[in-house]
Design a protein around this ligand. Structure first.
Ligand code: FES
Length: 110
């Protein structure tokens, strides 16, 4: 994909809105996206659990792992992969932080 056809980055939040060890749900274009702050690094995955749609941003974050608040499926926020097997994955989004603003790419990673 050439750069001109690449999905754009959109500003979605300020850094202080996602304190370390927490998550925040935001909207990026047509996606609901969950931001997570793990020791100062920001990660973004779709805010829709592939089980039954639970809001992952409201889950329990421990290190790089988010546990869905509804039925406790667990995902690695770095990859979107489910920790217990390969049968479910959450789309992941590229993140950039410039000054105190978090930007997320408007389409998930392939
Ligand atoms: S909706 Fe997430 S584990 Fe069921």
């Amino acid at each position: 994909m050439n750069e001109a056809a690449s999905p754009e980055f959109a500003p979605v939040a300020k850094l202080h809105q996602v304190p370390q060890g927490s998550g925040l749900g935001v909207t990026v274009g047509r996606y609901e996206v969950a931001l997570f702050n793990v020791a100062g690094d920001i990660f973004a995955i779709e805010n829709v659990c592939p089980h039954q749609g639970g809001p992952l941003a409201d889950g329990f974050l421990e290190e790089h792992y988010i546990t869905c608040p509804w039925h406790a499926w667990c995902f690695d926020v770095r990859t979107g992969k489910m920790t217990l097997g390969d049968f479910a994955r959450v789309p992941r989004f590229e993140v950039r932080v410039e000054d105190d603003t978090i930007f997320v790419r408007s389409e998930p990673c392939p």
